[in-house]
Design a protein around this ligand. Structure first.
Ligand SMILES: Cc1cc2nc3c(=O)[nH]c(=O)nc-3n(C[C@H](O)[C@H](O)[C@H](O)COP(=O)(O)O)c2cc1C
Length: 174
C-alpha cells in the first residue's frame, strides 16, 4: 500500500494528548494542508482560527458547555495543545462541506506528522448565541461566519491502534 493510502487508513480520532507542544513548523504544515482543501466554486471563503492560548481555549469550552448544559468541569475539547476553528460564511451553501474537506486534510496531515486529532462539533449551532459570539468576536472570527467544526490537536498520549471497525457500506451495481 502506498504511504498516502496507509496514512488515510491508519488515521483515527485521538482524545487524549500529552503536554508536548506542537512545533511551529509542524503546525504550519498541518494548516497548509487545510488551506489546500477543495472548496465549492473555489470560493476559499473558509478561515482558520488557531487557538494556542490555554486560557482562551478553556473560556471557549466553558461557554460552550454552559450554553449546551454540559458539565463545565469535563467539557474541555480533550485538552489539546492547539485548537483550529474552521469557519465559513454562513450564507455559503457549501460552507459545511468546504470546512469538512479542510478538516479532513488537517486530520490526515496531522496523522502523517505524528500528531493526533479529533473533530470537535459543538459550536456550529450556537455561534450566534451572544456570549459565544462575543468570544468569536474577540478571536476575530467574522460575524458573518459559522464555525462548522474544530480540530483538537496534540501529541497522542496513548499508542493509537490501527484496528477500526468499518461497516459494509459499499455496494457495486452490476
Ligand atoms: C462531523 C463529525 C463530528 C464529530 N464530532 C465529534 C465530537 O464532537 N467529539 C468527538 O470526540 N469526536 C467527534 N467526531 C469524531 C468521530 O466520533 C469519529 O470520527 C468516529 O467515531 C470514527 O472514529 P475514527 O475517527 O477514529 O475513525 C466527529 C466526527 C465527525 C466526522
Amino acid at each position: 500500500m502506498n504511504q498516502v493510502l496507509e496514512n488515510i487508513i491508519t488515521r483515527k480520532s485521538v482524545r487524549s494528548f500529552t503536554d508536548k507542544t506542537i512545533e511551529d513548523d509542524i503546525l504550519e504544515q498541518i494548516i497548509k494542508a487545510g488551506i489546500h482543501a477543495p472548496s465549492g466554486m473555489n470560493k476559499q471563503s473558509f478561515r482558520f482560527t488557531i487557538v494556542r492560548n490555554k486560557d482562551k481555549m478553556s473560556r471557549l469550552a466553558k461557554e460552550i458547555a454552559t450554553e449546551l448544559e454540559r458539565d463545565v468541569n469535563t467539557y474541555n475539547f480533550y485538552l489539546p495543545d492547539v485548537l483550529i476553528m474552521v469557519s465559513d460564511e454562513t450564507e455559503n451553501s457549501n460552507g459545511l462541506a468546504d470546512c469538512a474537506c479542510a478538516l479532513e486534510n488537517i486530520f490526515l496531515a496531522a496523522h502523517s506528522l505524528g500528531v493526533g486529532s479529533v473533530w470537535i462539533n459543538q459550536l456550529k449551532l450556537i455561534c450566534d448565541k451572544p456570549k459565544i459570539r462575543a468570544i468569536l468576536d474577540e478571536f476575530e472570527i467574522p460575524a458573518s461566519h459559522t464555525v462548522w467544526g474544530m480540530a483538537a490537536l496534540g501529541y497522542p498520549k496513548e499508542n493509537a491502534t490501527v484496528t477500526k471497525e468499518r461497516k459494509a457500506v459499499i455496494h457495486y451495481v452490476e
